[in-house]
Write a protein that binds this ligand. Structure first.
Ligand SMILES: [Zn+2]
Length: 288
């Protein structure tokens, strides 16, 4: 699943091409994806101009001129494809499966026909969704859904991070970082990277973390997410940026996907284990 830097990249790239365009028609092939009746969805969306595209947690927010926002979650296999009438197609999220390059295809569940092009929401495994929320109710909606704070937000201070850790004293570090209710947007890649930067094992109990480790984790988390956004995310076989390009973060990863390779800090061999059901990478020597 794309994490914060990958979704941020898709949002920025779509923000470069979508604002100002009018939604002329919406084709809904699979009504369950929109969590609303087809008629009410269309009534609020058709004829509206797109104002902007943003990200919150791992969700994409497409705001409309009439004060409604389309929320899209790509989850495990979703993709957003912008096909302009003239010019290059943009694919954000998961790559198009081979053999069904034509659009729309059987996974094109919601299709927004706009001035100058068409935006396709495709989802092979159907875990994703498209929702419509009044823009003014968005902050409350995110709280209601239980999303934690944005780790790159101005209000995400070191003190706030420490307070979150203190609330979860008895838990292990990595599952806490992955918990969207604690901090929004972190997934498997950046949780492992944060632990490495903090020189802490992903399995450590939070109550055992020393002050200097907490500081290193806070700085590491912000640093790795910022770098990943600058590099347009980490490309795996399950993710593309909206321009269809590969993100270039991979060479900058220190532990994720590097098991059996040498630790960039101490030269020991990176190990992989399973923690709370997730593949977990760490250096057995310099992460304590
Ligand atoms: Zn090491």
């Amino acid at each position: 699943m794309p994490e914060l830097p990958e979704v941020e990249t898709i949002a920025r790239e779509l923000h470069a091409v979508l604002p100002g365009r009018k939604i002329l028609r919406v084709d809904i092939q699979l009504p369950k994806m929109i969590r609303l009746t087809t008629a009410s969805f269309r009534r609020r969306v058709v004829g509206q101009k797109i104002v902007g595209v943003q990200r919150r947690a791992k969700l994409l927010l497409i705001s409309l001129q009439n004060g409604w926002t389309i929320i899209i979650h790509l989850k495990m296999s979703g993709q957003l494809i912008w096909q302009p009438t003239h010019g290059r197609m943009r694919v954000g999220g998961h790559p198009i499966p081979r053999g069904i390059e034509d659009l729309p295809n059987k996974y094109s569940h919601v299709v927004f026909v706009c001035t100058g092009g068409t935006l396709y929401f495709n989802d092979q495994r159907q875990f994703g969704f498209v929702k419509l929320i009044a823009s003014e109710k968005l902050p409350a909606w995110f709280i209601e859904q239980g999303y934690g704070p944005e780790p790159l937000g101005d209000d995400f201070t070191q003190e706030n991070f420490f307070a979150l850790l203190t609330k979860h004293q008895r838990k292990r570090l990595k599952p806490t970082l992955l918990d969207q209710r604690v901090i929004a947007g972190i997934g498997n890649i950046y949780a492992d990277e944060t632990c490495w930067l903090g020189r802490v094992r992903p399995s450590r109990r939070i109550s055992t973390l020393m002050q200097k480790e907490r500081v290193a984790l806070y700085r590491g988390l912000r640093k790795i997410l910022t770098l990943a956004i600058n590099k347009k995310g980490t490309t795996s076989d399950a993710y593309r940026t909206a321009t269809g390009d590969k993100g270039s973060m991979m060479p900058f990863l220190n532990v994720y996907g590097r098991d059996t390779k040498k630790c960039k800090r101490c030269g020991s061999t990176i190990e992989k284990t399973v923690l709370a059901g997730r593949g977990t990478h760490y250096c057995p020597k310099c992460q304590l």
